[in-house]
Design a protein around this ligand. Sequence first.
Ligand code: GLU
Length: 490
Amino acid sequence: MSFQEVRVRFAPSPTGYLHVGGARTALYNYLYAKKHGGKFILRVEDTDQARSTEESLKMVLEDLQWLGLKWDEGPHPSTLEAMGPFGPYKQSERLSIYKNVAEELLQKGAAYYCFLTDEEIDAQRALAKAQGRPPHVESPYESWSLEKSLAKIAEGGQAVVRFKTRALKKDYVLNDLIRGEVRFPSDMVGDFVLLRSGGMPVYNFCCAVDDHMMKISHVLRAEEHLPNTLRQMMIYEAMHWVTPAFGHLSLILDEDRQKLSKRKGATSCHEFKLEGYLPEALLNFVALLGWSHANGKEVLTMDEMISGFDLGRANPAGAIFDAVKLKWMNAQHLRNLPSAEIWKQIAPFLQNAGLELSSDPAWQEQSVDVFKSAMETLNDAVELYRPLSDKSFTIHDEASEVFTWESSKAVLAAWKELVEQENSEFMTEERFLKLQDLVKEKAQVKGKFLFMPIRVAVIGKPHGAELKILVPLMSKKSLLARVNQCLGKL
Ligand code: GLU
């Protein structure tokens, strides 16, 4: 028996913002679904009550929406109500389902109630370690009959439900879609817990139950889940369920080939969003962490990623997260956008930085045309635009020397007079260069004695961005207000 339809899922445990590794897992599942005309399901794995919060869930959903990875089934992005025929999609709302399956496994004799205390388990582990054996739990309750266990529970006994592994003496063989054949000897794991003593199910159990009930055809997830896959295969076998296909994605490593960690820079999508990365660039970048397009192309649109997506081209070796490449990728995507769209994207960053800039769309587009080649992230716009914001204009300390030069007075006066005589609100680059020459003639100075005072009159400091680029973006009114402030210093 096999699956009729491609159904893949992203199954985050909501414990914080979406990590870039999670974004890649979500993306690969999304691409696979789109490529094969299947469904992309979002399932929330929130049975670890100590770590999962609704607030984190909302953060993850927001990050996925920002990335544009729309799910076909799952919690509704704002109401969290189940959307789709296999809900609820939050594991915390599916507890009775897991309880029933656990009951079935207990009845079949594939699972048992275990009354070992934590102290007894610790002692077993310590002994196993001392004897150089794997630290598997060897529960004396494995051989108890269900009746006997139930009687003990009726007397107040506290038990977890464990899956029986000791009789399964064989290798489990997985034909992983990415790594090929993976063999797991069954004794790699001991009798693992399905339900905790309060009745709360654990990840491996819920995951297998849900993947089956939600008719998941392909499970694409991180490599660190490989040992879980063995446990889940055991559950499928015991329940006589069809096992989905599995593909385990490569690890994502930092430049020192260590696991990507927060200490070395941003790792969550939210941080990249705040730093001014475009969702399409971040997706393109994470897509290439362990996969490549057949034609070698690196800057890809979502459509190109979907049509080119092929697990046969997924690389099982660890992928290096290269922050410099991400920046480059962002710059490529940014430059491909129309200027009006770039303005829309940078506007919140400019506003957050407190800059006050023209509301004229023509000015906005013109300014983007001027600055876009200098921007790698949206945040880079802030320093590029800062000199244009009248509100941010200040005369810096570095300018004080310029004010001590005798000739500066004549330069500033000539500059002011010439600007005043301008007919139009904005001047062109050529016109600015012409005015600079005219100041030179009038004030009879050259070199730094000419350029530095003009610079101070325009941007408040003697060094900085090129005036011929900035001045055409500054109104006559603004230029006059600035030179007047400077004249007031003399
Ligand atoms: N909830 C698991 C995690 O966040 C996902 C496991 C899976 O995809 O099976 O790592």
